[in-house]
Design a protein around this ligand. Structure first.
Ligand code: ATP
Ligand code: MG
Length: 233
C-alpha cells in the first residue's frame, strides 16, 4: 500500500535521509526506532509533505502519494484549545472537505462515540486527561479517512494503563486496513504493537525486520549497541 523508494531529504547543507526504501501493507503496523538524530521525525515530516523530497518516490496504492492520503497524529496531540472536543473533530471536515455543519457534526459524533468520548463533546481540551486528549487527536485524524496514519510518539505522555489503551486503539484502526507508521522511543510499546521494526541510523535503514526477530536477534552492530544501551539486549 505505502511504497517508499530511495527517499532522500536534504535540510540546509545536510543530507538527513540518505536513500530510504520500505513498504507498509494495509493493516500493517510498522515502528521506526533509532537514536536521537537518526532522522525519524524527518522521515515522518517528509512523508506528510512538511519537508521536501530531494530525490526518490512515495506511492500509495501504486499512485504518487498526496497530502490527503496521510493522517498525522502529532506528538502532544496539538488540539485546538479554544474549540470543544466536537469542534476539534469536525473542524477539518468543514474547512478542508467542505462538508455542511450538520454532516461534519454527524461524522464527528459517530467517531467520538466509537472512541468512548460521547460525554466529552462539549468539553474543552484543557479539561481532558492525557489519554482522552490522545483519543480526540486520533479521532480528529481518522474522520479525514486517511490511507496511511502516522504517529509521532503516541504514548510519550501517558501512564502504562493509558498506553495500553492507545496500543489497543491503534491495533483496532490497523485492522480496518489502514497502514500505520509510528515513531517512538518507547521500545516496550513498539514491541507490543508492531508487526515490523525499521531501525534507522544516520538517515539510513539499517534493519527492517519482524518485531521479535529484531529484538531477539539484531543483525547489525548498530542495532545491537542501540538495544544494549536500552538494556534490552
Ligand atoms: N530544519 C533542519 N535543518 C537542518 N538540519 C535539521 C533540521 N531538522 C532536523 N535536522 C537534523 O536532522 C537530523 C535528524 O533529525 P530528526 O529530528 O529527524 O531526528 P530524530 O531521529 O527524530 O531524533 P529524536 O529521537 O531526537 O527526535 C538531526 O541531526 C537534526 O539536527
Ligand atoms: Mg524526533
Amino acid at each position: 500500500m505505502l511504497e517508499v523508494e530511495n527517499l532522500h531529504c536534504t535540510l540546509g547543507t545536510n543530507e538527513i535521509l540518505q536513500g530510504i526504501s520500505f513498504t507498509i501493507s494495509g493493516g500493517e503496523i510498522v515502528t521506526v526506532v533509532g537514536k536521537s538524530g537518526a532522522g525519524k521525525t524527518t522521515l515522518m515530516r517528509v512523508l506528510c509533505g512538511l519537508e521536501n523530497i530531494s530525490r526518490g518516490t512515495v506511492c500509495i496504492r501504486g499512485k504518487k502519494a498526496c497530502h490527503g492520503d496521510y493522517g498525522l497524529v502529532q506528538q502532544g496531540c496539538c488540539l485546538f484549545e479554544h474549540m470543544t472536543v466536537l469542534k476539534n473533530v469536525s473542524y477539518a471536515l468543514q474547512a478542508v472537505r467542505k462538508f455542511s455543519t450538520e454532516k461534519a457534526r454527524a461524522i464527528a459524533l459517530d467517531m467520538l462515540a466509537q472512541f468512548g468520548l460521547k460525554d466529552k463533546i462539549t468539553a474543552y481540551p484543557n479539561s481532558l486527561s492525557g489519554g482522552q486528549k490522545q483519543r480526540v487527536a486520533i479521532a480528529r485524524t481518522l474522520v479525514m479517512d486517511p490511507k496511511v496514519l502516522l504517529f509521532d510518539e503516541p504514548t510519550s505522555a501517558l501512564d502504562p494503563e493509558m498506553t495500553n489503551d492507545v496500543v489497543n486503539m491503534i491495533k483496532n484502526i490497523a485492522s480496518q486496513g489502514i497502514a500505520i507508521l509510528i515513531v517512538t522511543h518507547d521500545l516496550a510499546m513498539s514491541r507490543k504493537i508492531s508487526d515490523r521494526i525499521l531501525f534507522l541510523e544516520g538517515g539510513k535503514i539499517v534493519e527492517n525486520r519482524p518485531t521479535e526477530e529484531f529484538f531477539l536477534d539484531p543483525h547489525s552492530e548498530q542495532a545491537k549497541s542501540f538495544l544494549k544501551n536500552m538494556a534490552l539486549f
